[in-house]
Each structure stands twice: as structure tokens, then as C-alpha cells.
Design a protein around this ligand. Structure first.
Ligand code: NAD
Length: 387
């Protein structure tokens, strides 16, 4: 019987972090070559987290060839081309700098860094080393959101007047929820950098900058509703340093006005990421809970037929981004596919020399807006988003 050999070059992946994103990315690496015809095929070379038994179990589930329990050992390996950082935010910058110094490609989860200074250092590190880099702002790769981008680029909306976005959750309302450590590092400012601003609003901001251009200045307010929580690591009750909720107004360079809101205290909402854009000729609306649909209203429609239309983004004729790679028209895809698309675009970028966005440099702009939002909330004033 003849063996089957692949004509694809391997792209040898080393993954750090076996949690939520470790799973989402591993799934994407495993599936991408089944659906996209690309010159490189991810090869799951090694995975790293601190607990050996957990890491071994993860490696078996997802198909990694080997494990490490020290991220430095993974970064040093000669058989890894690209390192993927899926650990809490306080570790991103140190690991990224080490990966760049080792001359390897680096893919990093969002937010890029704990703050702007760290983000700037990370950009310098990858740019000086000349290594391909990308940040996982995956919602750009929802086909309906990509379609929104195309419609805006084509001028279908005309001048943009308003941009509004929300990201609402409800999982930290309980006063006895601890902070810090396994599963709860998002509540500890020392590990997360900030609360909903860096965790949830960062997604809304990345998408907004991509769809509607630069944000000039912001006026924000934040609240920390539960002021003290027990820390998982120490067992001590400590002050909570993150923002539980954040809302801000902003002005875009194109003259449009923005309204953003995020909280983990909106009872009943699990991951309600919505965005709406109002332009001179048309409006767009998208909702993560209904992610395969784009709502579109065109004032240019014949008057008696004018109304919001709900576009089911599943066409195969090239009119709907990515969808010709999947099933048949009418059959939709979901959350995990956004990561498959991002891996595909990263590989495409390696092949064409046109890097997939957002690069570290692109994601730094989101970090700057987050920084301005937190400074504005702290000073009760309008703050410029500086370069
Ligand atoms: N793109 C998105 O939509 C999205 C969604 C969720 C999380 N994230 C980002 O992904 C990153 C990870 O979040 P998560 O939800 O997967 O977290 P998680 O808590 O589920 O997993 C974190 C993993 O990191 C490991 N880890 C922690 N410290 C480590 C160390 N020193 N060395 C090796 N491994 C270590 C943990 O053992 C765990 O396996 C964060 O930056 C987060 O903001 C992005």
C-alpha cells in the first residue's frame, strides 16, 4: 500500500498555556489544513504549562508531540518555529521578548500587554528581531464582521456618524468569588493589568479601530462594585484593583462619535458583544450571540421595501468572507472558526510577505486607547489618545 505524504511545509508550533485559549488555538491548528489550502501545515510540536500531569493530558487530547513545564525551555527548543502565548496578561511581555530574542515567530493573546510601555517594548523586540508576529483579536475573523468591514471600505455607509459597542457579562457578581490564580486571574490587577477594559473592551476597541479608524480622545468612567475579595494564592482578603465596569465616550479621527460599554455585572448577559455603526446612507449591526448574521439597513432601498435586513452570512460564491471554505450555503459556522481563520491568515501572511493583522504594532494602538480610557476614568476628564 502506498503511503501518503504531504507537500506542505511544517510550521512547528510551541504553545504556552493549556486553558481556554490553549484549547481554542490547538483546535484551530488541527483543523486549518483540512479546510484551507495553504503552503504550511501546523505541526503541534510542544505544549507548556506548569503542572506536568495537566500538560500531559492536554498534549494527549490535542495531539502535541511533547511537553514542557518551563516556558523558557519551550522557547529555547530548536524544533519550534512559532511560539503561541496563551497565558495570563502579566506574562505576555517577558515571554514575547524571549521568543523574539530566540528569532522565532510569536503569536500572542490579547490584550497585547499590561500597559502601553510594555506594549511598546514588545513591538520593539519583534521588529528589531524581524520575526513575524500577530495578536489574537479573533472577532475580526467572524465572516459577518469581515463583511461589515468590506461594506464600509466600499463606501456603502458613506460618512460615518456613530459607532457604538457593548461587551456585557455577569459572572463576577457574587461577593464571595475569590480573586487571583487558576481561573480567576482576571480579577487580580497584578495578573490582568485591568478589568473589563483590557479583557472585554479591548476586543470592542480593536474592532472599532479596524472598522472606523483612529480614536482621538476619550472620556471614561469605571466602577469596582466589590471592593475586597479573598485572594486564592494567599487566602487573605485584599483590595480589588480591577475595573468591574467601564463606559466611555470617544471621538474618532473621521469625525464620528463613539459610545462603548462593558461590565461583568449585567445579570443575564454571558458574552453580549454587539456593535452598531450608523452612516449617511446605511447602518450595520452585529451581535456575537447571533454571529452568523449581519443586520443591514440601506436608505437607498426603494422606499416601500426599506427596512433592516438580516443577512445570513453563508454564501459560497466568494461574496461572504471565508464561507467558501466550509460547508454549503445556509449552513453556518461558529466561535471556534474565527481562530481557524486567524491561523489561515497568519500562514497566508507568511507565504505572501503581507503580515496578517493585527500585528503587535496594530494591537499597540488598542493598548493606547485602553490606557487613555483608564487615565480618563482616574482623572474624570477627557484624555487624548497619544501616539
Ligand atoms: N481572544 C479571545 O477572545 C480571548 C478569550 C479568552 C482569553 N484570552 C486571552 O488569552 C490569555 C489566556 O486566557 P485564558 O482564558 O486561556 O486563561 P486560562 O486561565 O484558561 O489559561 C491560562 C493557562 O496559562 C497557564 N499558565 C499560567 N502561568 C503559567 C506559566 N508561568 N507558565 C506556563 N503556563 C502558565 C495556566 O496553567 C493555564 O493553562 C489571556 O491573555 C486572555 O486575555 C483571549
Amino acid at each position: 500500500m502506498a503511503g501518503i505524504s504531504s507537500n506542505k511545509e511544517p510550521l512547528r508550533i510551541g504553545l504556552i498555556g493549556c486553558g481556554f485559549m490553549g484549547r481554542a488555538h490547538s483546535n484551530a491548528y488541527n483543523r486549518v489544513a483540512n479546510f484551507f489550502d495553504l503552503p504550511y501545515k501546523p505541526q503541534l510540536k510542544a505544549v507548556c504549562s506548569r503542572n506536568e500531569a495537566d500538560t500531559r493530558a492536554f498534549a494527549e487530547t490535542w495531539g502535541y508531540e511533547s511537553i514542557e513545564t518551563d516556558w523558557r525551555a519551550l522557547v529555547d527548543r530548536d524544533d519550534v518555529d512559532a511560539v503561541d502565548i496563551c497565558v495570563p496578561n502579566n506574562l505576555h511581555s517577558e515571554i514575547a521578548a524571549a521568543v523574539a530574542a530566540a528569532g522565532k515567530m510569536v503569536l500572542c493573546e490579547k490584550p497585547l500587554a499590561m500597559n502601553v510601555a510594555e506594549g511598546e517594548a514588545m513591538c520593539r523586540a519583534v521588529e528589531e528581531a524581524g520575526v513575524p508576529n500577530m495578536v489574537w483579536y479573533n472577532y475580526r475573523r467572524v465572516p459577518a464582521v469581515m463583511l461589515a468591514s468590506q461594506l464600509i471600505q466600499e463606501g456603502k455607509l458613506g460618512q460615518i456618524f456613530h459607532y457604538r459597542a457593548n461587551f456585557l457579562q455577569d459572572w463576577t457578581i457574587a461577593k464571595d468569588l475569590p480573586q487571583g490564580g487558576r481561573a480567576l486571574w482576571r480579577l487580580d490587577a497584578a495578573e490582568a493589568g485591568s478589568g473589563v477594559t483590557g479583557d472585554l473592551l479591548a476586543h470592542c476597541i480593536d474592532t472599532a479601530l479596524w472598522l472606523n479608524g483612529a480614536i482621538r480622545d476619550v472620556s471614561a468612567m469605571t466602577a469596582t462594585f466589590v471592593k475586597q475579595r479573598m485572594h486564592q494564592a494567599t487566602g487573605l482578603v485584599e483590595a480589588v484593583g480591577i475595573d468591574d465596569a467601564c463606559a466611555f465616550l470617544c471621538r474618532f479621527d473621521n469625525g464620528s462619535l463613539g459610545v462603548f460599554e462593558s461590565t461583568r455585572y449585567a445579570r443575564g448577559h454571558k458574552a453580549l458583544f454587539t456593535l452598531e455603526i450608523n452612516g449617511e446612507h446605511a447602518s450595520l449591526r452585529w451581535d456575537l450571540h447571533d454571529l452568523h448574521r449581519l443586520q443591514y439597513f440601506s436608505h437607498e432601498d426603494e422606499g416601500r421595501l426599506r427596512g433592516w435586513r438580516s443577512i445570513h452570512v453563508t454564501e459560497h460564491d466568494g461574496s461572504h468572507p471565508y464561507m467558501d471554505k466550509w460547508w454549503v450555503p445556509g449552513l453556518q459556522i461558529g466561535y471556534e472558526h474565527t481562530f481557524v481563520h486567524q491561523v489561515a491568515d497568519f500562514i497566508e501572511g507568511l507565504a505572501t510577505g503581507r503580515p496578517a493583522a493585527p500585528t503587535f504594532r496594530d494591537a499597540l494602538q488598542t493598548q493606547r486607547v485602553c490606557g487613555a480610557v483608564l487615565r480618563s476614568a482616574g482623572s474624570d476628564s477627557w484624555v487624548q489618545v497619544s501616539e
